[in-house]
Design a binder for this molecule. Structure first.
Ligand SMILES: Cc1ncc(COP(=O)(O)O)c(C=O)c1O
Length: 369
């Protein structure tokens, strides 16, 4: 049989490196799993009940492309009614928002500024669009490198992606850093795509958004996957300049059609549920993993948010070190899945205390080759 003639973009994108780790780990009997990018708690009960109510109440059809009007209104109220009609759209989670915004903004050859380390989708989506990801290196402390960012801007730069709190580093940007970035972006007329999916997981300072300083050219991307453990429900939203959001709505018509109707109905309830106790638990887990790593002699920045920590590998490359971890039943992710460098690894502490303790024990043993 002749070979299938796939599109050129198929060759430009790689399968997720995280999947490769899962393949390696498939044979493990009792793995210590610190690789998972989702909360280890379940969707709160009242939200689950609302989803059942939606199904049983026959709310199973399409919603408007833009999303349910009552959910849009409730979300806008959360933002102090800062958005006018047409400036917000319910998306199939933040992935949906990223896809639609990249489709709406990036042409072949355009440049998009992406942090390194990055969430995998930023790079792969840019490549799928034929755009060029230009990395702003945030090593070794993950802070926003303002001068570097400005020096990377060219006439082809359309947008910058900002992720705070970040996957994989857990860094949280301060209001002052974001204000300074807004001044640079304003000078060069660059759109900010602000991925705020981990916004509730901030442990040491209040969450800050660049939208507060750069309202007219920021696209906010928010979601329920991490904050409410609704990863499989595919619910999120985007808010920003009308022209951009309406273009995303046009593309939504021909791609996702609408975000899942059941999740949208339940999302209304999610807005009433206080997730504070879960965040407090994750703060304790953050402290446990950070103190444990420092105690074992790892070089690592204390993450201010999300549920990841990104230490330097103590020896070898990230792949060599992670292969050794997996030999010892410990699942973590090589840093190069999220970076152009091979020097770090990602731990997710969205796991039970016992799992974190078992993981630290292995890491203590492996710190010396
Ligand atoms: C930084 C970041 N953005 C976006 C996503 C996509 O999440 P979802 O599509 O479930 O909203 C993830 C998921 O891991 C993430 O870590």
């Amino acid at each position: 049989m002749s070979k299938i003639k796939l599109a050129a973009r198929a060759g430009k994108t790689d399968i997720s490196g995280i999947r490769k780790v899962f393949d390696l780990a498939a044979g493990l009997k009792n793995p210590i799993n610190l690789s998972i990018g989702q909360p280890d708690f379940d969707v709160p009960e009242t939200i689950r009940q609302k989803a059942c109510e939606a199904i049983n109440g026959k709310l199973n059809s399409y919603t408007p492309t833009q999303g349910r009007a009552d959910l849009l209104a409730a979300l806008n109220a959360k933002h102090g009614n800062n958005y006018q009609s047409g400036e917000m759209i319910i998306t199939s989670a933040v992935s949906g928002g990223l896809n639609l915004s990249f489709l709406a903004l990036l042409d072949e050859g355009d440049e998009v500024l992406i942090p390194d380390p990055y969430f995998v989708m930023y790079k792969q989506l840019a490549l799928m669009m034929g755009a060029k990801p230009v990395y702003y290196d945030t090593y070794p402390d993950w802070k926003l490198p303002l001068e570097k960012i400005e020096s990377l801007i060219t006439s082809k730069t359309k947008a910058i992606v900002i992720g705070s709190p970040s996957n994989p580093t857990g860094v949280v940007y301060s209001a002052d850093e974001l204000k300074a970035l807004a001044t640079i972006l304003d000078k060069h007329d660059i759109i900010a795509i602000s991925d705020e999916i981990y916004d509730i997981f901030c442990y040491d300072q209040e969450f800050a958004s660049i939208a507060d300083y750069y309202r007219d050219r920021t696209l906010l991307l928010k979601g329920f996957s991490k904050s409410h453990a609704m990863t499989g429900w595919r619910l999120g939203y985007a808010a920003g300049p009308k022209e951009l959001v309406q273009t995303m709505a046009k593309f939504q018509q021909f791609t996702f059609v609408c975000a899942p109707s059941i999740a949208q109905y339940a999302g209304l309830e999610a807005l009433n549920v206080d997730m504070g106790k879960y965040v407090a638990e994750y703060k304790l887990k953050r402290d446990k993993i950070y103190n444990g790593l420092i105690g074992h002699g790892y070089t690592v920045e204390k993450p201010g948010g999300a549920f990841y920590i990104f230490p330097q590998v103590p020896w070898g490359t990230d792949e060599e070190f992670v292969a050794k971890c997996i030999e010892n039943q410990l699942l973590v992710i090589p840093g190069s899945v999220f970076s152009e460098k091979h020097t770090h690894f990602r731990i997710s502490y969205a796991a039970s205390e016992e799992t974190i303790e078992r993981g630290l024990e292995v890491l203590g043993k492996l710190v010396k080759q």
